[in-house]
Design a protein. Structure first.
Length: 260
């Protein structure tokens, strides 16, 4: 995450087929493959330690990884003792890369569009997703489907771009009158589509206010366990000084909820 836009989401689920045409461009996959979190795995994601602290014990649990990308998290869950892991991603080249890096028969990968995905009832104990849900148009439908797919007491843990980060139609740093970096939040209350250039032109996202995200979870029958607005630690900044700019505004929202 050397720069704000290059955070390396599991962008394989980007908003369904209607928003995925630019993702199939070879430049996109090439750029995505070079991201630190794809080269170095979970250790290349500055927010991973914060996410780990929010995850439940996964020993003997059935896990779904939505927007699995190259399968880094899927493999980690098995290393932690998960009974089975199923990773879902929209793009075939992502799934092929994940399969090539995985030799564990308890991990399966499936091509799926999160805008239309339907999982069996009570089939999982944990649903996990990293930086994918902001590409989904029908967020309410997705969350209600996940609720049904979780066993009673099951957990949902996900990360998304923070609404403050993606609210403006043209996200970029500005300089104030003192020459300090500032991040615009124009249009925060105007929910809907946003387009950004990230390895490909016109990548489609869906901006929702923080309240909308949390109230959708509550309305679907989830209890909120923990909310984090990711900021790098002093140790992380010392190791990677470019992360200091992430203190100026939250870039990621981390959410842990439980099915009730």
């Amino acid at each position: 995450m050397h720069r704000a836009r290059n955070h390396g989401s599991s962008i394989a689920t980007l908003g369904g087929e209607h928003g995925a045409e630019h993702l199939r461009h070879p430049d996109f996959f090439a750029g995505y493959s070079r991201l630190p979190r794809q080269v170095h795995g979970l250790d290349g994601a500055p927010e991973w330690l914060a996410i780990r602290a929010m995850l439940p014990n996964v020993v003997d649990k059935r896990v779904a990884d939505l927007g699995c990308g190259f399968g880094w998290a899927s493999r980690w869950f098995r290393e932690q003792g998960a009974a089975s892991v199923t990773g879902f991603d929209l793009l075939q080249n992502m799934i092929e890369r994940a399969k090539a890096a995985t030799s564990d028969p308890a991990i399966a990968y499936r091509i799926a569009d999160l805008d239309t995905l339907n999982l069996p009832a009570a089939a999982f104990d944990l649903v996990y997703s990293a930086l994918a849900f902001h590409y989904v148009a029908e967020f309410d439908r997705l969350i209600r489907m996940i609720h049904k797919a979780l066993a009673p007491g099951g957990d949902l843990v996900f990360t998304i771009e923070h609404p403050i980060f993606m609210a403006t139609a043209h996200p970029h740093w500005l300089l104030d009158e003192d020459g300090r970096k500032t991040w615009p939040v124009n249009g925060y209350s105007v929910e809907g589509e946003r387009r950004t250039d990230w390895f490909a032109k016109g990548v489609l996202k869906h901006h929702r206010m923080l309240a909308t995200t949390l109230n959708t979870l509550i309305g679907a029958g989830f209890a909120l366990r923990r909310i984090e607005e990711f900021a790098p630690t002093p140790a992380q900044i010392a190791e990677m000084p470019a992360l200091a700019e992430e203190l100026e505004r939250p870039m990621m929202l981390l959410v842990a909820a439980r099915r009730i």
